[in-house]
Ligand binder design. Structure first.
Ligand code: AMP
Length: 122
């Protein structure tokens, strides 16, 4: 699973996206289909397909996703009210784009679980 995805085109600015942050390592942009008033995706510029593909050498890079998320939460004014950070993995995790991304969700009370459609045991 090393194919480029639509997120590569966003990083390279080949397709439009509402990019909020970009440096040599990380890009962050608003999710096209927001699930909360604030819904931002934070991704490494390097293609890592899934959490299963994160290597020891990627530890600093993956950590940077969190420091960028923290800054964006402050910028969006949701740091004090709170937010949720999610990274889905593969089919059961609901991953659709195979370039790892941290979802930053907030701006309302998200409840205990993000998935309102699923009941345990279904
Ligand atoms: P996941 O299900 O964890 O793989 O999340 C993929 C996310 O990417 C979904 O929340 C989509 O709405 C979002 N997404 C897909 N295409 C785009 C795009 N072109 N611009 C912004 N967000 C996108």
């Amino acid at each position: 699973m090393s194919e480029e995805t639509i997120f590569r085109k966003i990083i390279n600015k080949e397709i439009p996206a509402d990019i909020l942050y970009q440096d040599d390592f990380v890009t962050a942009f608003r999710d096209i289909s927001p699930q909360a008033p604030v819904h931002i995706l934070i991704i490494p510029n390097k293609l890592i397909a899934t959490v299963n593909d994160i290597e020891v050498e990627d530890e600093v890079l993956v950590g940077k996703l969190y420091t960028v998320a923290k800054k964006l939460a402050q910028q969006e004014g949701i740091d004090a009210s709170g937010y949720r950070l999610i990274m889905n993995c593969n089919k059961d995790g609901g991953q659709e784009v195979f370039h790892i991304h941290l979802h930053l969700l907030g701006g309302e009370n998200l409840g205990k679980l993000i998935c309102a459609e699923k009941t345990i045991g279904e």
